[in-house]
Design a protein around this ligand. Structure first.
Ligand SMILES: [Ca+2]
Length: 246
C-alpha cells in the first residue's frame, strides 16, 4: 500500500465516522419528540369511562414535568424529553389560564372542609375560587379539601359571574387526583344537568377536562362531586374553570 492510498483509506474511514456521528445526532433530536408521549397524560380521546355521558373526560394537560424523567437511560435524551415535557406543560398551563372563554369561580360552597375551614381560611371552599395557585402536587392550603380523607361523597359547588353557553369544564386537581365522579351544570333557572359521570382519569397535578356540546342553556354554576374513598388520602381541588360563550 502506498502512502497515498493509505491516507485515502484514512480519509475514507474518517469520513464514515463523521457521517456516523451526524446520523446519531439526528436520531437523538428526531427521536426525542416521539419519546414525549410518555409524558403528556393521554389526551384521552372519546373515553370509555362514561359511555352514557355526553362529556369527554381527559386528563387534560401534559403530565407534570417530573414524569418525563422516566425516559431513556441516555442522559441527553432524558434531558431533552424532560425539557420538552416541561415546556409543553408550561404552554398548556398558560393557554388555560389565559383562555378568553374561560372563567374561574367567584364563589364556592362545599359539603365540608378540612378543619371546618370557612371564609379565607386554608382549605376552605373559597380556596377553589379564582385562578390556580397551587404549583405542586402536594397538600396545599390554597386548595379546597373536605373534612375527612376517605369519607366518601363530598361536593364542591361553584358560582361564576358571567352566565355562558358552556362547552367545557376544567377541574384542577392538586392532591389525591382521580376522585371526581360527577360534574353538574346549573342553568339560570337553577335546574341541574349532569354533564359527566364516570371514572376520573386525572393523575398528579392536572386538570380533569370535560368537553361537551355547547349547552343551549346558560350556565353560571358548576357542582363537582367526589367519592373521596376512591383515592386513599386527602383529595384537594385548586380551581375550577368554566368555559363557554355568553
Ligand atoms: Ca386555589
Amino acid at each position: 500500500m502506498t502512502l497515498r492510498s493509505g491516507s485515502m483509506v484514512l480519509a475514507l474511514v474518517l469520513g464514515l465516522l463523521v457521517a456516523g456521528c451526524a446520523k446519531k445526532q439526528a436520531e437523538v433530536s428526531s427521536s426525542a419528540p416521539p419519546a414525549t408521549p410518555a409524558a403528556p397524560a393521554a389526551p384521552a380521546g372519546p373515553s370509555q369511562a362514561a359511555p352514557a355521558a355526553p362529556a369527554t373526560p381527559a386528563a387534560g394537560t401534559p403530565a407534570a414535568p417530573a414524569a418525563a424523567a422516566a425516559a431513556p437511560a441516555e442522559t441527553g435524551v432524558a434531558d431533552t424529553t424532560a425539557k420538552l415535557a416541561a415546556a409543553e406543560w408550561a404552554l398548556k398551563q398558560d393557554e388555560i389560564k389565559h383562555d378568553p372563554d374561560g372563567q374561574w369561580a367567584s364563589e364556592a360552597a362545599a359539603s365540608s372542609s378540612y378543619n371546618d375551614a370557612q371564609g379565607d381560611a386554608g382549605w376552605s371552599p373559597k380556596q377553589a375560587t379564582g385562578a390556580p395557585d397551587v404549583d405542586k402536587y402536594s397538600d396545599d392550603q390554597h386548595a379546597w379539601a373536605p373534612k375527612t380523607q376517605d369519607g366518601g361523597i363530598e361536593w364542591l359547588d361553584l358560582k361564576y359571574l358571567k352566565p355562558v353557553h358552556a362547552s367545557e369544564v376544567r377541574v384542577r386537581e392538586s392532591l389525591g387526583s382521580g376522585a371526581v365522579i360527577k360534574v353538574e351544570l346549573f342553568d339560570e333557572a337553577g335546574a341541574a344537568h349532569t354533564v359527566w359521570q364516570g371514572v376520573d382519569p386525572t393523575k398528579e397535578l392536572n386538570y380533569l377536562i370535560l368537553k361537551f356540546k355547547s349547552t343551549e342553556y346558560r350556565v353560571n354554576r358548576v357542582k363537582v362531586t367526589l367519592a373521596t374513598n376512591v383515592i386513599p388520602g386527602w383529595n384537594e381541588i385548586d380551581a375550577v374553570q368554566l368555559v363557554g360563550k355568553p
